[in-house]
Design a protein around this ligand. Structure first.
Ligand SMILES: CC(=O)SCCNC(=O)CCNC(=O)[C@H](O)C(C)(C)COP(=O)(O)OP(=O)(O)OC[C@H]1O[C@@H](n2cnc3c(N)ncnc32)[C@H](O)[C@@H]1OP(=O)(O)O
Ligand SMILES: CC(C)C(=O)C(=O)O
Length: 534
């Protein structure tokens, strides 16, 4: 029998910094359907800078007026990160980069040319020597404008390694500070790219004068793995995009790479400047801008990344979250892990959720509610808190009905002296219609005051958030509220294309939860006022 593996040793004794080069605005924007306007690019560049990205590739200025305009807007406003622009080995492209970057605090010109035999012959119709001469001339021209020049060998992973050594050595001599080795078509494997970086770092002349960079595409789903392997081979810059957007199957996903370095820090001994708590908000912003939805099971930023539905996992999570989570959702910008109640859930999770909703049930009652829950879960994909409350309250249909919104009207004005006013009409748990109105400091304040009058419930709201849960002009807004009642936190949420309606629904969900727990008298389901984590 083989010896079992011990703890994996670190790949480096000295702590390393990995430069994060984000190309969402250039390679990412090349994804079909991801074109952004100049103002959208500017907005996203600010988000990237706040995220802590070291280098933002802002665009390809010679490609279009819109791209040029976007780069110029970014140059005018974004300061913290270096700003890079892309150019072919073409004098006009490089001049366009220089003009677009005028006034940038930390400008970088990024020139590239294909080096592989396939590209040399079929795309460029140039031989090795001609490609090398074009590369050197381009790097030299770019250096006349800026100190920070990056050179990329397009399709490097299908290029003869000794030719890569030759052209990279020439690029360093011409003044390139960063040598990027792209896997343009996502063809390589982790062990291959690691060996290539080791080989280049040992054989390129004056290799220590340049930073080696990886730029991996995801055609075989290996972009992140290959980028990590490149780091093992000595890469100290990784080019990546938020949500992994980019040509064809995309680029290395920034959020996955950064979290791999962080979670496995003992192995990589490498850090980045990324504020990981901004990963989810940044991912959402990009989705909203491009309309490109993130798949639910996407690592780190997908909706299911910290969601648990199966009973065995939920039971483990309730005992210790390390059983099924290798990173904390809060560390990447999620509010918390999610326990989704569904067909695969077990008693432990059901009991925990019932307690959170304010119901303390004995074992016999838990078993009967569990049986009813499983029957319901067979019919519904997800069982919501309101379903669980109805199950526990059973025959008490009146209590389960709660207050219902019939209509709400809000009027407000900006700087016109008008008083924000709301009127609401509700049906109460006994079926009677109630109408009320109130004024407030703002429209939502007035709405909540009218609801409080109508129900007679005073809720001390601790937090109120509205976020977009879908994309586009008709996006749905989700309002979430927390309130403290007798020292206990309760939550409510509501979703609608109208944020006033979403806010009213959230307030009523919270109020109904409170009323139900207060009304509940059945001994086997004694309500306990505890945090509701809907
Ligand atoms: C791997 C990558 O992601 S590379 C970046 C890819 N991004 C883009 O292409 C987006 C922006 N591109 C564009 O807007 C346009 O392609 C432009 C404006 C740059 C060029 O448009 P056109 O002049 O009409 O050329 P077209 O796109 O048809 O062909 C590309 C030309 O560039 C040449 N070329 C390609 N790469 C390079 C390079 N690195 N250095 C020098 N020339 C190059 C090609 O050989 C071809 O030349 P040819 O017209 O003499 O045959
Ligand atoms: C221009 C280079 C860096 C590129 O995008 C690629 O090779 O994929």
């Amino acid at each position: 029998m083989n010896e079992s593996p011990g703890p994996v040793a670190s790949i480096s004794d000295a702590p390393q910094h990995v430069t994060i080069f984000d190309t969402s605005l250039r390679d990412g924007e090349q994804s079909p359907g991801c074109s952004m306007s100049a103002s959208q690019k500017l907005r996203f560049a600010h988000a990237l800078s706040e995220l802590g990205v070291d280098v933002i590739e802002a665009g390809f200025p010679s490609s279009s007026e819109a791209d040029l305009e976007g780069v110029r807007a970014i140059v005018r406003e974004v300061r913290g990160s270096s700003l890079a622009t892309l150019a072919r080995c073409h004098p006009g492209d490089i001049e366009a980069c220089a003009r677009a970057l005028e006034g940038a605090a930390k400008p970088r010109i990024h020139v590239f040319i294909s080096t592989s035999p396939l590209h040399r012959q079929h795309k460029l119709n140039l031989d090795r020597q001609q490609v090398l001469e074009r590369a050197v001339a381009a790097v030299e021209q770019a250096r006349r404008y800026v100190d920070d020049v990056e050179f990329s060998c397009e399709d490097a992973l299908r290029t003869e390694p000794e030719y890569l050594v030759e052209i990279c050595s020439a690029a360093i001599a011409a003044g390139a500070r960063t040598l990027n080795i792209p896997d343009t078509v996502g063809y390589t494997t982790p062990s291959e790219i690691r060996s290539l970086f080791e080989y280049l770092r040992s054989n390129v002349r004056d290799a220590d004068k340049a930073v080696f960079s990886a730029h991996c595409h995801n055609d075989l789903g290996l972009a992140v793995a290959n980028s990590l392997a490149a780091i093992e081979g000595g890469a100290r810059q990784v080019e990546c995009t938020i949500n992994g957007i980019g040509e064809r199957a995309g680029n290395c996903a920034l959020e996955e790479l950064v979290m791999a370095l962080r979670v496995r820090n003992a192995y990589y001994n490498a850090s980045t400047r990324i504020d990981t708590r901004r990963l989810v908000p940044t991912s959402r912003l990009l989705s909203r801008i491009t309309g490109m939805v993130v798949q639910r099971n996407k690592a780190v930023v997908g909706q299911n990344a910290f969601a648990h539905e199966s009973g065995i996992h939920q039971h483990g999570m309730l005992k210790h979250r390390g059983t099924y989570e290798i990173m904390a959702p809060e560390d990447v910008g999620w509010a918390q892990s999610q326990m989704v109640m569904g067909r695969h859930s077990g008693r432990a999770a059901l009991n925990d959720r019932l307690q959170a909703l304010g119901f303390s049930v004995d074992e016999a009652r838990l078993n009967s509610v569990f049986a009813a829950f499983k029957t319901l879960a067979e019919k519904k994909r997800e069982v919501f808190d309101a379903d669980l409350e109805a199950l526990v309250l059973g025959a008490d249909a009146k209590a389960a009905r709660g207050y219902r919104l019939v209509r709400a009207h809000v009027s407000t004005g900006v700087a016109d002296g008008s008083l924000p006013t709301a009127s609401v009409q509700l049906v109460d748990p006994d079926g009677a219609t109630i109408s009320e109105a109130a004024v407030g400091d703002g429209p939502v304040h007035a709405l909540f005051a009218a609801l409080a009058r109508a129900t007679g419930l005073r809720l001390a709201i601790d937090s109120y958030n509205v976020s977009s849960v879908t994309t586009g002009d008709d996006a749905q807004g989700q309002a979430s509220l927390t309130a403290r009642v007798d020292g206990v936190e309760l939550t409510g949420s509501g979703t609608s294309t109208d944020i006033i309606e979403a806010s009213a629904l959230a307030w009523l969900e919270l109020a109904n939860r409170l009323v139900r727990t207060q009304r509940q008298t059945e001994p086997a389901t004694q309500p306990r006022k505890v945090a509701a984590t809907a």
